[in-house]
Design a protein around this ligand. Structure first.
Ligand SMILES: CC(C)(COP(=O)(O)OP(=O)(O)OC[C@H]1O[C@@H](n2cnc3c(N)ncnc32)[C@H](O)[C@@H]1OP(=O)(O)O)[C@@H](O)C(=O)NCCC(=O)NCCS
Length: 131
């Protein structure tokens, strides 16, 4: 597979928004948010330089970013489990080496991704269960 990590130029902002909002991926993130195109435009105007897009044969298949040392990563469901997440994290760490990943305990895929790429768990956050 011909994978390439490229800067998150404006033509990919909507791709990031739609992938982040996709019900198949959004449950993996700690925050469940619905973002409008306008909100995304505003956010990306400030942070796009901290995001990167993975292209496979020129087609966007995932994004990775590190904002305030907080890593976020997502692979399109049609392309998961083919090494794209590992590729994105590895390449990101070459560009922004200092970030950490905050991963939900039950996010099996994300836990596996970071463990496979040299990360180790260091903190546990306890939340009071809602009754
Ligand atoms: C987490 C995510 C980015 C992984 O992307 P991916 O492209 O499928 O990852 P890879 O194919 O590179 O796999 C990386 C490792 O994780 C493992 N893995 C991936 N998905 C897995 C799953 N569902 N269950 C168990 N292991 C999994 C792979 O086997 C691989 O391990 P290995 O190198 O030891 O074989 C992807 O599942 C995703 O986008 N999830 C939704 C969004 C999300 O949860 N983002 C993370 C928020 S912190």
């Amino acid at each position: 597979m011909n994978m390439q990590l490229v800067p998150c130029i404006e033509q990919y902002w909507e791709f990031v928004r739609l992938l982040r909002s996709d019900p198949r991926t959004s449950s993996g993130f700690i925050q469940q948010v619905q973002i409008t195109s306008e909100q995304q435009r505003k956010y990306m105007s400030a942070h796009a330089h901290q995001y990167f897009i993975c292209l496979v044969d020129g087609t966007p298949v995932g994004f990775v970013g590190s904002v305030d040392d907080d890593i976020r990563v997502c692979t399109h469901p049609d392309f998961q489990r083919r090494g794209i997440g590992s590729f994105m994290v590895t390449e990101l760490m070459k560009i922004i080496p200092s970030g950490v990943a905050k991963v939900k305990t039950d996010n099996e895929a994300s836990n596996a991704l970071f463990l496979a790429n040299g990360f180790v768990p260091t903190f546990t956050i306890y939340e009071r269960q809602r009754r």
